[in-house]
Design a protein around this ligand. Structure first.
Ligand code: 1HE
Length: 268
């Protein structure tokens, strides 16, 4: 993949997001560092718009926070005037935004640095791969703020770290370090400080080389299969496998292997 850099800001004009096209990878930066990338309503609208109109031909997205922090979560300055109904609708708006990321047509890789707090952690959970550097830390201060997660955290985070661990974080304010986070499943990768973005780009370029249909199956079918009853899941798996292997791209790649033109898998 080349390193051609082309700004796509014309299609995503938001001062709260920085976007850049690097080959087939779109980088999306949450650009509110003065407020530690707190997720305001305007920022959420802009994330939704960005993921709703991804440039044609991209094969992966790298989502990061501008500055030293991924995100300090919900913009607490916008919370005070909301009643119960407004809170319900607000949470559903967050669900729409994060679903747009989870069900994005291409893989989304999140770069985690500094604070990954509350709604920021919920945002990270909607990505498909999380790469943290050693400065990252994870917390859910909702308990001490008198609120509850509202961005799909109670649905997505237990699938990564378990219900008991999430409950402990919310009840006691426990903070996990980057190293603990990798061991427990918050992130799949851990780098030294300042290296997470480069690692995420490297992974994105690797992911972009996969057959698009395989990436689609991993993003759209795998989570559904894993949540289905075994019999339903097995049938869905068979259907997805049949569709994937009948694709021309699969046939081309199989032929390349048999002709000794494909890379072999070596031990890590
Ligand atoms: C904010 C926010 C925010 C910072 N909303 N403005 N999230 C939290 O409870 C985390 C709250 N934030 C913090 O604990 C700290 O700010 C940090 C550890 C993230 C960073 O500390 P630091 O020393 O680098 O920065 P700071 O001086 O605390 O903050 C810099 C500015 O960002 C400051 O504004 P300023 O105008 O006084 O300069 C802060 O007010 C502002 N700021 N975080 C609004 N979160 C859908 S449910 C989801 C529920 C949640 O996400 S709960 C978790 C909320």
């Amino acid at each position: 993949m080349g390193n051609a850099v082309a700004s796509v800001s014309a299609s995503a004009p938001s001062p709260l997001l920085t976007t850049e096209l690097v080959g087939a990878v779109l980088t999306v930066g949450i650009n509110r560092p003065a407020k530690r990338n707190a997720l305001s309503d305007r920022l959420m609208e802009d994330i939704l718009a960005c993921f709703s109109s991804l440039p044609d031909g991209i094969r992966a997205v790298v989502l990061h926070g501008v500055g030293d922090h991924f995100s300090a979560g919900l913009d607490l300055s916008e919370l005070s005037e909301r009643d119960a109904t407004a809170g319900l609708l607000h949470s559903q708006m967050w669900h729409r935004v994060f679903d747009k990321i989870q069900f994005c047509p291409v893989p989304v890789i999140a770069v985690l640095r500094g604070a990954v707090i509350g709604g920021g952690l919920e945002l990270a959970c909607a990505a498909h791969i999380r790469v943290a550097d050693s400065t990252a830390y994870y917390a859910l201060p909702e308990g001490s703020r008198g609120i509850f997660v509202g961005g799909g955290g109670s649905m997505r985070l237990p699938r990564l770290i378990g219900i008991a661990r999430m409950a402990d974080m919310m009840l006691t304010g426990r903070v996990y370090s980057a190293a603990e986070g990798e061991a427990l499943g918050f992130s799949q990768y851990l780098t030294e400080a300042g290296r997470a973005f480069a690692k995420a780009m490297e992974l994105a370029e690797r992911v972009a080389e996969n057959a698009p249909l395989t990436n689609f199956a991993v993003l759209q079918a795998l989570p559904m299969i894993a949540e289905a009853s075994p019999q339903t899941g097995l049938l869905m798996e068979s259907l997805m496998a049949a569709v994937a292997q009948s694709d021309q791209e699969a046939k081309k790649r199989m032929r390349a292997f048999l002709d000794h033109k494909a890379a072999k898998i070596r031990s890590a």
